[in-house]
Design a protein. Structure first.
Length: 334
């Protein structure tokens, strides 16, 4: 083979290789940027009734077909908020029968939606709270095609809080986030400052570490080729450097009472990292709740789990003694 032919062949291979690296993340559509839509159609498809001959399915949180709070005989209203970038965030609002009441805004994790939180809605409503849960942009039924836990989501949460706090039923506002949702809740508490209690379940240590683990889980040894492009895309969507989203640093400036909930055996978030965030927190009142997966009453969805959350909120926001018909209150109003 002549030198010229070898040169052109090598050049063509390099161009092809560069194009492959650049375009591959778009082809495989990483669900960090393009989340899976968890809606009623998804629940219906993943329910056991869709696989009558299968002994075990990938039903996950959808072992039963529940689509909205009315499936638990709970009245609710549609709660939609217009985004500044266009489109709507779509959610539910469930009012407590006692007013005014404390309001909990649930912020779900990546690749989840409000449907994943039907049990939270029921249990927290039973304990006398107003509950609001929204689909983040590009999740569930909310508009948008691309997601990042950065500036757009912070602005979205500000608009949601504006709407909730304008409601005379709202007494105090509690932000409760899980995973990536905990990172969004932390930023909202820091840059907005209007929430009275912060509940962080499995909060990520920092986005750099999270993305590194996410990329390895998704692409394994091919991570070295696709991760740089993926990281640049995430950073452009966030509108600020990825390194700035570090919860160990952010909690140093948040004095809001904070409950840290650590769920073991999370492949993207380690308990030791949650301890590190907890130790750096300067909250006026802070507690660490270590869930025990060996005891079913402690796992998310169990009585101890919801009682501990209710107890922390009621302790952080003391109120006058009053009669209540809610039998599941973990701590009597003070």
């Amino acid at each position: 083979m002549s030198f010229n032919k070898f040169y052109y062949l090598l050049s063509a291979l390099l161009v092809f290789f560069a194009a492959f690296i650049y375009l591959s993340p778009g082809f495989i559509a990483p669900d960090f940027i393009y989340p899976e839509r968890i809606d009623s159609l998804y629940v219906s498809f993943h329910s056991p009734s869709s696989f009558p001959d299968s002994e075990q399915t990938d039903a996950g949180d959808f072992s039963e077909e529940h689509y909205n709070p009315s499936d638990f005989a709970i009245d609710y209203s549609v709660f939609n908020v217009n985004m500044k970038t266009g489109g709507q965030l779509r959610g539910w609002y469930i009012a407590a029968e006692d007013t005014p009441a404390n309001t909990i805004l649930l912020i779900h994790d990546l690749n989840e939606s409000k449907i994943n939180y039907l049990d939270h809605i029921k249990q927290l409503h039973d304990r006398g709270f107003n509950v609001c849960v929204m689909d983040l942009r590009a999740h569930g039924n909310s508009d948008g095609t691309e997601f990042s836990p950065g500036e757009p989501e912070i602005e979205d949460m500000k608009l949601v809080m504006d709407t909730l706090l304008s409601n005379r039923e709202t007494h105090h506002l509690i932000l409760m986030g899980k995973g990536i949702g905990a990172a969004i809740a932390t930023q909202a508490a820091l840059f907005d400052g209007r929430c009275d209690v912060l509940i962080l379940e499995s909060p990520i240590l920092n986005l750099s570490t999270y993305l590194d683990r996410y990329a390895y889980r998704k692409w394994s040894f091919l991570k070295a080729f696709w991760y740089p492009v993926f990281r640049r895309k995430v950073e452009s969507l966030m509108e600020f450097p990825i390194r700035d989203l570090d919860l160990r640093n952010l909690v140093k400036y948040i004095k809001t009472p904070t409950l840290f909930v650590a769920v073991p055996d999370n492949e993207l978030v380690f308990t030791t990292e949650i301890l590190s965030i907890y130790e750096n927190s300067v909250a006026t009142r802070k507690e660490l709740f270590l869930l025990n997966q060996g005891d079913k009453v402690d796992i998310p969805g169990g009585e101890v789990y919801y009682n501990r959350i209710s107890e922390f909120i009621n302790g952080a926001i003391p109120k006058k003694i009053k009669k209540t018909k809610y039998k599941k209150l973990a701590l009597h109003d003070q």
